[in-house]
Design a protein around this ligand. Structure first.
Ligand code: HEC
Length: 116
């Protein structure tokens, strides 16, 4: 199973124009954020690189800080899965795919699908 995963992921990274996809962080997004903020690339495009960096640097628990007063979100984020390490991975993904990152998922050189 693990070998299959590597076979799939390695070409995926090799053929993308940058390493911005950051699959580890995307996985965290899928577990933690997708229900409320939509698909990973859409979620990442909520903000510019600078804005994500500001959110990340605002506190040691930036995602909790961003959801002050959002009880449902705070409950969801209060999970053993969401460790500081995984949160760090998540922001790498978000910053790598921010609105102004230049990362355009779904382009094959001739055609670009919706970047939403
Ligand atoms: C239970 C639903 C829920 C979950 C899960 C959730 N959020 Fe949110 N989030 C919200 C709501 C509601 C708001 C406030 C309204 C808004 O701004 O959209 C918000 C606001 C935010 C904001 C600040 C407002 C803005 O537009 O920048 C950021 C950043 C954010 N969420 C990122 C995330 C990330 C990253 C995750 C995953 C780790 C996540 N959220 C998980 C519901 C959720």
């Amino acid at each position: 199973m693990r070998v299959l995963y590597v076979l799939f992921i390695v070409p995926f990274i090799a053929f993308s124009t940058s390493h911005a996809y950051y699959p580890k962080g995307m996985k965290v997004y899928k577990k933690m954020c997708i229900d409320c903020h939509g698909s990973p690339f859409r979620g990442a495009k909520m903000h510019t690189i600078y804005e994500w960096e500001s959110i990340r640097d605002a506190s040691s628990t930036p995602t909790i800080t961003a959801h002050q007063g959002q009880k449902e979100a705070l409950d969801a984020l209060n999970s053993d899965y969401f460790t500081p390490k995984r949160e760090e991975d998540l922001y790498k993904f978000l910053i790598g795919n921010a609105k102004d990152s230049g990362a355009v998922p779904g382009c094959d050189g001739n055609y670009c699908g919706s970047s939403n």
